[in-house]
Design a protein around this ligand. Structure first.
Ligand code: HEC
Ligand code: HEC
Length: 183
């Protein structure tokens, strides 16, 4: 029987290792992603040939799609790219790509929203707003669109928020919504 202290220590060690492993994989993915940027954009949301915004795809789908390109099961512009990737590189890329939008959202939030809504989005701005952290991805998108279009125009605080909403482009709204959904 392990003592309680020993179990806690083992658990701690496991978490630290898992974290270090994730971090390494993330960095490898970030490095590999540089060669994807010319076609898919810095945030992965440029859509080559009208295809999907890859930063919106779940990690598992990205892995499967890249593996199928690498094996030649799917054919197209990506075969040459994917043939350079082994399973480990594909996994690293998938981890990185899937986390990119959330990271971008957290950066936009820290810079342009946290001043009024709090670092973790749980403050009521001017005592007027609800907690942004309570909103889901589709809810945040809907609310920001409503501020942009002036549907919410009940006085000076709403106008202050309208200005903020209008300053956001579609990709930023998308990224913010993904991030807020994780809170
Ligand atoms: C030369 C331009 C180019 C480069 C570089 C490139 N891609 Fe692509 N990628 C495309 C095109 C074009 C498509 C749509 C392909 C098709 O239909 O065959 C695509 C499709 C994809 C898809 C599937 C999207 C979908 O809608 O199913 C993924 C995932 C992807 N690329 C990931 C990557 C990754 C990861 C890298 C870097 C290792 C990369 N691509 C590098 C052009 C590129
Ligand atoms: C200058 C302060 C300020 C900044 C900066 C700001 N907001 Fe707000 N926000 C407010 C105020 C005040 C309200 C309440 C407005 C009202 O009366 O409708 C609000 C309301 C909201 C709501 C509605 C929440 C609810 O459920 O009641 C959302 C969502 C929101 N803001 C998101 C954001 C995002 C995302 C950003 C960053 C791009 C941002 N805000 C930046 C002040 C701010």
């Amino acid at each position: 029987m392990m003592s309680k202290g020993c179990m806690i220590f083992a658990f701690f060690l496991l978490c630290t290792c898992a974290f270090a492993y994730d971090q390494k994989r993330f960095e490898e993915g970030e490095e590999l992603f540089r060669r994807c940027i010319p076609c898919h954009g810095q945030y992965g949301n440029k859509q080559p040939m009208g295809k999907r915004d890859i930063s919106r795809l779940p990690e598992k789908d990205i892995s499967n799609i890249l593996r199928d390109y690498a094996l030649g099961k799917s054919e197209g512009a990506m075969n040459a790219q994917a043939s350079l990737l082994d399973q480990q590189k594909i996994a690293a890329l998938a981890t990185y790509i899937a986390s990119m939008k959330i990271k971008q959202g957290s950066e936009v939030f820290a810079l342009r929203c946290s001043g009024c809504h709090g670092k973790d989005a749980s403050k009521s701005a001017f005592g007027k707003s609800g907690k942004v952290s309570n909103l889901t991805e589709p809810e945040l998108i809907r609310v920001l669109r409503n501020y942009q279009s002036g549907v919410y125009a009940h006085g000076s605080t709403a106008n202050a928020m309208k200005g903020r909403a209008i300053s956001l482009n579609d990709n930023e709204i998308d990224a913010l919504a993904r991030f807020v959904d994780t809170l």
